[in-house]
Every structure is written in structure tokens, then in C-alpha cells.
Design a protein around this ligand. Sequence first.
Ligand code: OSB
Ligand code: MG
Length: 368
Amino acid sequence: MKLDLIELRHIKMKLITPFKTSMGTDHFVEHLIIKITSEGISGWGECVAEANPFYSYETVKTSYHIIKDFIIPNLIGKKIFKVEDAIKIWNQIRGHRMAKAGVEAAIWDLIAKRKNISLSELMGGTRNKIDVGVSIGIQKSEKDLIEKVETYLKEGYKRIKIKIQPGYDIRPVKSIRKYFPSILLQVDANSAYSLNDKNKIKKLDNFNLLLIEQPLGYEDIYQHSKLQKELTTPICLDESIHSLDDATSAVELDACRVINIKPGRVGGFNEAIKIHNYCMKKKIPVWCGGMLETGIGRAGNIALASLKNFSLPGDISASRRYFEQDIVEPEFVINKDGTMNVPKEKGISVEVNERLLNKFTLYKEIFK
Ligand code: OSB
Ligand code: MG
């Protein structure tokens, strides 16, 4: 397949409700959308770098720069037969994993469409349905929190994750447990604590949580390994895991007993699958994290989560949990039993509504 045309655009979509975490409050999602066309077929990818460098050092603008100036010039006009052919083209670039992952995703979609198979099948997925959960931001009051949890449980979500930070941790967990003693519940601190907060974090052991996500430093593995030894609740690493090498270090040091895999954070589906396979061998459960993706990124996450060792519910929610209207058709919906169907059409299996996509586009360039 000769890569004839690449379209790179910066989009901005309003969230239905603001998303507050220990890193700040998001009212909008700004991501890049990459469309690669080859011999009349188009593949789509989403780059999940955000407007600000608060979750990751990458931003929409750094990833635009890396994709435009260092990936596209070497990709355009090239012949690609498998994903590895494309990866070789940008392998020399250090870091900037979200930028690479966005482009890699478009290549995966293109190859799956060319082979007439679904993304899930191309990745080696084994599930027809995946269990899904929802990530709830920091709320103004206990009442708001309990109402949110109740609404999502009624919609079917299998597990609830709440964001925590110092001063908003034990109390919200305790109140959820008062009303919902047995639901699957987990917390995510986005690196808001340090080892000095050990005693506070240990109190979370009393609430039968599935896991505690990324309590300490965003690049740390060693201190998490010290903390894990004092906790009965599994630590799950998110921010600290950028590669299979990181995952190996974390598992060997017992810094975590669960891993959140986000394809963007680890540089693409290829690396995500390697981490998945390694964790399966080590009996470390994994789940698919989310970056408030549009339907394009969401489709890829669902395909990834159809692999065997994605055994915990992911942060993969219905389109309506995020946006008034998604840019794909059909939108992603959740079944009453808290599952989502893994679509089996070609590639990402959904159509991109380009009229709507144009409406959300702030800036766009075409390369050929
Ligand atoms: O830490 O998992 C996180 C969103 C943006 C950045 C980081 C995180 C998140 C989420 C949202 O928790 C998960 C979702 O997409 O529903
Ligand atoms: Mg997280």
C-alpha cells in the first residue's frame, strides 16, 4: 500500500460535564485526528496528547510538530505492508509516544480495512464483548458524587473509578461504600501523593478497592514498590508505564499488581500488545485506560480491550458519557449488563462523520 495522502487536524470538542482531577479541570477535549489514505482506502487515528502538559509532557502542539516535521516527511509516498514497516520509519524518534501512537493507529485501521478484517481481529482479540467502567471526576459535594455513581450504575457500568487528591480521598470513598457496599470500586490519584502520605494511603485498604491507580510520582517505579509492600490493595500504574521495559521493571520490583494500558501513553497498539502479552505471562491483570477519546480513539481502545488479558473493566464508556454528539456513526453505546460490543466490521468498524469533524476542527493541513 502506497501512502498517498495524510490529513492532520487539531480538533476541539466540548465535554458534557467538566472533568476535574488532581491535575486540573477539563471543559473541552483537544486532540489530533490523523487520516491516511492509500489507494482509495482511508485509515483513522487519534493522538491523545492534550492541550496542556499536565498528564504527559506531550501536548497537541508538540505532537503536531513531531508528526508534521518528523513523521509525515518520511511516511508520505512510502509503501507499507505491515504495521512494523511504519514503526521503523519513526523508531529513531525518542519519546513523543502519543504522537507516534496516533499515526500508528491510522496505519492499523488502514491495514485492517485492506485485509477486510476488524481491528480486533488484526490485534488478535478474543472477546465479542468487553466489560466497561466509568471514571468520575472530583465532585463539589458528597450528594453530587453519590448521584453520579447511582446514575452510572443504573446505566449499567460494571465498575466505578473516582479521582482522588489530598483532602478528597478517604471521605468520598467512605461515602460511596456506605451506599454501595459491594460495587467494583477503584481510585485514581494521578500522582497527587508522596511516600510521606503513606499512612493516609494505607487507610484506603479498609474499603475493599479493586486497585489504587498511580498514587505517587508520574515517572516513579521504585517508591511505588516500597508502597506496594505496605498495602494489601493492588497498586495500578498508569503514568509511570511508557513501554514494555517500564512494565518489566515495575512487575519485577513489585511496584504494581495491575497495569493500566493506554495505547497513546505507550507509543501505540504494537507496544500495548507487547505489554499485554508480558503481563499475561506474569499473571498481572491489565485494563484499558482512557483519555476522553472521540469515537475514533475509542474504537481502537475497544479493539485492544478484546485481547484476553484485559480482564478488568476499562475506562471505556459510551460516547454520551463524554459528548453531546460523537464524530463516529454509530456512536458507542453500553449494554444494560455493563458490556460493550466489540464491532466486527472492517477496521475501526465505525464511519467518521466528516461534516461534524470539520465543525470541530480548529486547524488542518493536507500532505501529499
Ligand atoms: O488518569 O486515567 C487517567 C483522562 C485524561 C487523562 C488521564 C486520565 C483520564 C481518565 C478518563 O481517567 C478516562 C476516560 O477516558 O473515561
Ligand atoms: Mg489514570
